[in-house]
Design a binder for this molecule. Structure first.
Ligand SMILES: *[C@@H]1O[C@H](CO)[C@@H](O)[C@H](O)[C@H]1NC(C)=O
Ligand SMILES: *[C@@H]1O[C@H](CO)[C@@H](O)[C@H](O)[C@H]1NC(C)=O
Ligand SMILES: *[C@@H]1O[C@H](CO)[C@@H](O)[C@H](O)[C@H]1NC(C)=O
Ligand SMILES: *[C@@H]1O[C@H](CO)[C@@H](O)[C@H](O)[C@H]1NC(C)=O
Ligand SMILES: *[C@@H]1O[C@H](CO)[C@@H](O)[C@H](O)[C@H]1NC(C)=O
Ligand SMILES: *[C@@H]1O[C@H](CO)[C@@H](O)[C@H](O)[C@H]1NC(C)=O
Ligand SMILES: *[C@@H]1O[C@H](CO)[C@@H](O)[C@H](O)[C@H]1NC(C)=O
Ligand SMILES: *[C@@H]1O[C@H](CO)[C@@H](O)[C@H](O)[C@H]1NC(C)=O
Ligand SMILES: *[C@@H]1O[C@H](CO)[C@@H](O)[C@H](O)[C@H]1NC(C)=O
Length: 475
């Protein structure tokens, strides 16, 4: 009785009169605008067995097929109760809430044929790892509107170790699947859950708009291959907040297609807000832009990043052949410790889909502002390499303090920009003071969420740090 009251409360808590969010920062509020679902079914009504052994793919398919008929009646909820629900890949529908209750664990099948093959993305021209098709994500959405994956800290566990093994021993036949992928969808909310052990990138919204990802824990072993946390790709109006991510690759990587395929598809990532992100990655970065950026990346506001024991905090990856642009990026309030290369720009990342890329398609990197950053036990403050004949422009560093162990602390090439209050003193190429003319350095004031306030930022960081102090991830 108590539990079901709690459940009702939690469902009601997602209701509100606030209309659909449109543009920029208002997307950070859209979870509150998700409609109440008047209809709800439980996965067990469709024959699912939560013993961790029975394969429930059919039950998920049947439940979701049944819920189609409620799409035009306010939508429906699929309730997953406590239990271990083994399944292959399944697809969501519009106006659906997938709710994972406390103790509910959706487990990805360890058989590769439970993850069907689908077409490569047009902006990649092929699977990201291997030519041809790719495996479909465990939870998949195509052409959807108004879809929510949430709950009471239930878990979605990809059981990716088999895939990492196939990757390492070169026995994959097709590109590995994501844990969750939405393609060409609008109004996507993913919140208040734990995601574990993705075979490949964990959450991948591509060609999407109005995406709100918040209050997630995403974990995978620190040495698991390419287990990025969240990768917004050719998507706009995306808000990611209050997440703890500890995985084997970038915590968040913003992308927009790959070389000639991304240039031709020409769908940028823009209006992206990331705030209050904490985590750890031994191989990659906290927030990365690229390397696939051929459709362009712009209007990005990052505020509040806390990183420990990591390779890099902020990373730009690109290469001749990518074309596209990364411009109007603002990153502030970063705290880090034990980080090897705090800020890293790589202009010669290489890694092309095939031999048909145009080496003269040079990326434009312009107006990148990094502000209010503090780091202790940093090996290299900045390794910032632009492209010869294609300088990265208007790189603005302000109020940055690092305790650095290497000398020289900064190493820059083919970049141009400015700095104020940077310690240790920035590299020669960025030593000019920031001009009074504010249009030179990017400031994302129009994207800044209204509720931005330092107190909330600090308290979330302290909470996240306390929650994950010490060895959270075992095994
Ligand atoms: C809001 O979004 C619409 C449609 O995507 C776009 O045309 C408009 O320029 C946006 N406005 C702002 C202020 O970003
Ligand atoms: C998605 O929408 C596009 C264009 O609107 C359409 O061509 C395509 O067939 C749809 N795909 C699916 C799987 O619904
Ligand atoms: C975050 O998620 C937890 C469960 O995972 C929930 O108890 C809590 O209320 C959520 N917080 C917010 C602000 O949504
Ligand atoms: C959610 O579950 C994870 C893993 O089971 C746990 O570490 C975390 O503390 C939980 N979060 C909340 C808010 O209960
Ligand atoms: C590769 O890994 C898979 C999964 O663990 C295993 O079944 C297979 O025998 C391995 N193949 C080789 C050549 O090691
Ligand atoms: C790759 O294909 C071979 C031959 O069809 C098959 O035996 C193997 O299981 C496949 N590997 C994976 C990871 O699906
Ligand atoms: C400094 O960071 C490195 C990793 O970059 C770590 O190995 C070392 O233990 C740290 N030193 C201290 C004093 O924490
Ligand atoms: C510099 O950044 C720190 C946080 O890293 C902040 O506390 C301080 O107020 C900032 N100083 C200026 C002059 O903006
Ligand atoms: C700067 O970085 C480049 C490229 O990584 C490296 O070859 C060079 O030795 C570095 N210079 C210094 C002075 O550390």
């Amino acid at each position: 009785m108590k539990r079901s009251l709690l459940r009702v409360f939690l469902v009601l808590a997602t209701i509100s009169e606030i209309p659909w969010a449109i543009n920029g920062s208002s997307v950070c509020k859209q979870s509150r605008s998700r409609a109440f679902r008047p209809h709800s079914v439980t996965i067990t009504e469709f024959g699912a067995v939560g013993d961790g052994v029975t394969l429930n793919t059919k039950a998920f398919h049947n439940a979701i097929f049944y819920l189609h008929s409620f799409a035009d009646k306010g939508g429906a909820q699929l309730f997953v109760p406590a239990g271990r629900w083994l399944t292959g890949s399944f697809s969501l529908i519009s106006h659906l809430t997938l709710w994972l209750d406390e103790g509910a664990v959706i487990l990805g099948s360890k058989a590769s044929n439970d993850w069907p093959l689908i077409a490569p993305l047009p902006s990649y021209g092929r699977g990201r790892e291997l030519p041809g098709r790719r495996h479909q994500s465990l939870i998949y959405g195509y052409n959807l509107t108004d879809v929510v994956i949430t709950g009471d800290n239930g878990t979605i566990d990809g059981q990716g170790s088999v895939w990492w093994h196939w990757f390492r021993n070169l026995t994959l036949n097709y590109t590995r699947p994501h844990l969750v992928e939405f393609i060409n969808s609008t109004g996507v909310v993913i919140s208040s859950l734990t995601f574990l052990n993705s075979p490949f990138w964990t959450i991948h919204p591509v060609y999407c708009s109005q995406v709100h990802v918040h209050n997630l824990t995403i974990l995978a072993p620190l040495d698991s291959p390419n287990t990025d946390g969240i990768d917004p790709d050719s998507s706009n109006d995306v808000c990611i907040e209050d997440c703890y991510i500890r995985t084997g690759d970038d915590l968040i990587s913003i992308k927009s297609g790959w070389d000639e395929y991304g240039i031709a598809y020409a769908r940028p990532s823009s209006n992206i807000i990331i705030r209050r992100l904490a985590g750890e990655t031994q191989t990659s970065a906290g927030v990365a832009l690229g390397s696939e950026m051929s459709g362009g990346i712009s209007e990005v506001h990052v505020e509040g990043l806390q990183l420990v024991n990591s390779k890099s905090a902020i990373r730009i990856k690109t290469a001749p052949g990518r074309g596209g642009y990364i411009r109007n990026i603002y990153i502030s309030d970063v705290i880090m410790s034990n980080v090897k290369i705090a800020i890293r720009f790589t202009g010669q990342y290489g890694d092309h889909p095939d031999e048909n890329y145009d080496p003269n398609a040079l990326p434009t990197i312009d107006r990148i502002s990094l502000k209010d950053i503090i780091g202790k036990n940093i090996s290299v403050a900045g390794l910032m390499e632009g492209i010869e004949g294609d300088n990265f422009l208007n790189i603005c560093l302000s109020n940055i303090t690092f305790s650095v162990t290497s000398d020289p602390p900064w190493n820059c090439s083919y970049i141009q920009g400015y700095s104020n209050l940077v310690f240790p003193e920035s590299c020669e190429l960025l030593r000019e003071s920031i001009p009074e003319d504010s249009s030179v350095c990017y400031s994302s004031n129009h994207l800044r969420p209204e509720s931005s306030d330092g107190t909330r930022l600090v308290s979330t960081m302290i909470k996240l740090r306390a929650m994950y102090r010490g060895e959270f991830w075992r095994k």
